[in-house]
Ligand binder design. Structure first.
Ligand code: PLP
Length: 239
């Protein structure tokens, strides 16, 4: 057996160095940026190792996989983020283990999440997923609300019992005017966050940047980076 813990520890140290260097380059304190490790396709045993190594935030993108994994790790002091496209029929399950849902992109989902949060008495943090490839109306290819829809959706979350509006999230677009232009995409998200905080001052989270572009995200002002492969390795197959 390979030393999985040693491997993950070495990867984590490299990612930590990258975040620290990006913060230093941007003149930001290191504690401005929170690392979220995306554990999709990797087993609960890896989540346990991450916890032992001091990771406090993990993320998953498919309920089918996340629900049993979270159940196996229920004894660990972890904050669970849900970052995948979310169907309303999965809301009951996701609301059972997620602390933060980063992929809120439509009012129907807000209504369903609020109902579950109230039913279970658990407050759910919500990030609005912004689709920078969606134009000013409509939705993105991989989910997300268009920039023009952020204000209305934010109002819906803020008014929904059991939900807490925490901020904005994006995935760098593969198509459209921001394709391949991460710095511009992340700068746009940060501008939208500035606008959002005028009406919702507590919605300070800006979740952007992954293994390949976390430096660009930190430079632009991201508060949370979501890193999978750089910590756990290249995922087998799709993920
Ligand atoms: C998989 C995933 C990540 C992590 O991507 P890596 O390139 O493995 O770092 C981040 N955000 C979301 C929404 C993801 O689905």
């Amino acid at each position: 057996m390979t030393d999985r813990k040693g491997e993950i520890a070495a990867n984590l140290a490299r990612v930590e160095q990258r975040i620290a260097a990006a913060c230093a380059a941007a003149g930001r304190p290191r504690e401005d940026v929170t690392l979220i490790v995306v554990t999709k396709t990797y087993p609960a045993s890896d989540v346990r190792i991450l916890s032992e190594l001091g990771v406090r935030h993990v993320a998953e993108n498919r309920d089918q996989e996340a629900a049993p994994k979270a159940a196996e790790c229920v004894d660990l002091p972890l904050v669970w983020h849900f970052v995948g496209q979310l169907q309303t029929n999965k809301v009951r399950s996701v609301a059972g283990y997620a602390d933060v849902v980063q992929s809120v992109d439509r009012v129907r989902l807000v209504t369903a999440l609020s109902k579950e949060a109230v039913r279970t008495g658990r407050e759910l943090g919500c990030l609005l997923q912004v689709a920078l490839d969606a134009g000013e109306s409509g939705r993105g290819e991989r989910g997300g609300v268009a920039p023009g829809g952020v204000e209305e959706l934010a109002g819906a979350v803020a008014a929904a019992p059991g939900l807490r509006l925490d901020g904005l999230m994006t995935v760098a677009p593969l198509t459209g005017e921001y394709a391949g232009r991460q710095p511009a995409a992340f700068a746009r998200l940060v501008d939208l966050s500035t606008d959002l905080r005028r009406a919702h001052p507590a919605a300070t989270m800006v979740s952007a940047g992954m293994s390949a572009d976390l430096e660009e995200a930190v430079a632009a002002g991201a508060t949370h980076v979501r890193v999978g492969t750089a910590v756990l390795g290249v995922r087998p197959g799709l993920g």
